[in-house]
Design a protein around this ligand. Structure first.
Ligand SMILES: Cc1ncc(COP(=O)(O)O)c(C=O)c1O
Length: 438
């Protein structure tokens, strides 16, 4: 009531309430990336300058969305695109995605095999829930992005395969093969988060063929449900160095009944906040995933869908945007990687992986067991907080992506930094390393 004092809710004992929630909710954990982000926010709020390499996002200052996308959204809003879109997505956008995919890959997906969602996350969630039954086995490699959470949400038994740095932390067929016989879902991501490395086309082809073979075996036996593959290619449009990326169906057409491909505008067009993603999959999966996600309300906003349609239809606008965005990504990744490679050449205890794409550089700081100020550096988390405290550089340990080995690997994201900030990294790290003893 106007004039009277507002009601301040007394929510009671919050830790007790938290302990009484569903097992599903209690089993979720705060992503290690968000934990770092929280600390960065706290430091910034105190006025401490931070070189923020922690978030897999873009600063609109350095990575604006395509002008065509912006004008398309504004036009759509002004012309009244403020109501519900059809749950599977605007027909015009599904058609535009299908055309775009054909131009990129030579694969023509029919409209009924394209589902539009509110960014990439609902695609992953919907794909998991559509094919994975409680107790089914899901196989994925670590480090990888949030498969642990989606496996938990779907009640799956997760098999995590630790990928090797010498393979760019991408899994190989020989590492995955022993687990396929009992699996319902295999998840791959290329170019990868956190690594920025891509699967070699031949290695990917071998895995796809193994998925097809496993399904042929099941069909012969009769009765057993298929093995599916969820292929996360959200970073595939960004082109740096050799373009190793291949669409699954371009490599192995026979994999079509089993492959669910996720992609979207978030990373391709620096449009993380606009929320447009798509799933390419067999029509039976699209129909059920669409129905399932309609209950979550996970469709992309109507105006964003209309704007994306305009953009995807305009080949010249896309080509122009690719040139400028890819250039900006390439320059940043290159400068970061070259700087670390130079430190490695000097014999400093660092290593780095040359990125194939995405927006990440993998950095290894071989500091575990060494000392600073008489204190032993125990693990990756200790290295992370030391680097943040001493140099103001925010990085994310691979433990946030499920890696258990304490081998000193970190992800650096270039989406929110300038070239000047990248140049700042090397003197700061060098001065930290000078303070560290064996
Ligand atoms: C590998 C990977 N897949 C999927 C996503 C989800 O993308 P979106 O922002 O479109 O939900 C991300 C986001 O960071 C990602 O890194």
């Amino acid at each position: 009531m106007p004039g009277s004092s507002p009601v301040t809710p007394d929510f009671g004992d919050q830790p007790r309430l938290a302990g009484s929630l569903s097992e599903l909710a209690k089993g979720m954990h705060l992503s290690g990336i968000l934990r770092t982000a929280q600390q960065v926010r706290e430091l910034k709020a105190k006025g401490t300058p931070v070189l923020d390499f922690s978030l897999g996002d873009f600063s609109p200052k350095y990575f604006p969305i395509p002008a065509k996308l912006l004008s398309g959204i504004v036009k759509a809003l002004e012309s009244g695109a403020t109501n519900y879109p059809p749950p599977p997505g605007l027909l015009s956008l599904r058609q535009a995605v299908s055309d775009y995919v054909e131009r990129c890959s030579g694969v023509r997906y029919p409209i009924e095999s394209v589902l539009i969602t509110c960014g990439g996350r609902p695609v992953i969630y919907g794909a998991y829930l559509t094919v994975v039954a409680r107790g089914d086995t899901v196989v994925y490699s670590v480090p990888s992005w949030q498969n642990d959470s989606y496996a938990w949400l779907s009640g799956a038994k997760a098999i995590e395969v630790e990928a090797k740095s010498e393979n760019g932390f991408q899994p190989t067929l020989s590492e995955i093969a022993p687990h396929l016989k009992n699996a319902r879902l295999l998840c791959l991501c290329s170019p990868g988060n956190p690594t920025g490395t891509a699967m070699e086309p031949q290695a990917f082809k071998e895995i796809l063929e193994a998925v097809v073979d496993e399904n042929r075996r099941r069909e012969k036996l009769g009765g057993e449900r298929p093995l599916f593959l969820l292929y996360d290619q959200i970073y595939s449009s960004i082109r740096v160095n050799d373009n190793k990326h291949r669409y699954a169906l371009a490599l192995v057409p026979a994999s079509a009944p089993y492959v669910m491909t996720m992609d979207g505008a978030s990373k391709a067009f620096s449009a993380t906040g606009l929320r447009v993603g798509w799933l390419l999959a067999p029509p039976a999966i699209i129909a059920k995933a669409g129905e399932l996600l309609s209950h979550v309300g996970a469709w992309a906003p109507h105006a964003e869908q209309a704007g994306m349609t305009e953009l995807l239809k305009d080949e010249a606008a896309i080509a122009e945007y690719r040139t400028s965005m890819d250039n900006a990504v390439h320059k940043r990744l290159g400068a970061l990687y070259q700087g670390f490679a130079a430190m490695r050449e000097e014999g400093l205890p660092v290593d780095a992986l040359c990125p194939d794409g995405a927006i990440y550089v993998s950095l290894q700081l071989k500091l575990r067991g060494k000392k600073i100020g008489g204190e032993v550096i125990a693990d990756n988390e200790a290295i992370r907080s030391l680097v943040l405290k001493e140099t103001g550089i925010a990085i994310v340990p691979f433990q946030a992506f499920g890696l258990t080995q304490e081998t000193g690997w970190f992800r650096l994201s270039i989406g929110a930094v300038s070239m000047e900030e990248i140049a700042e990294v090397f003197p700061r790290l060098r001065s930290l390393l000078a303070k560290i003893s064996s």
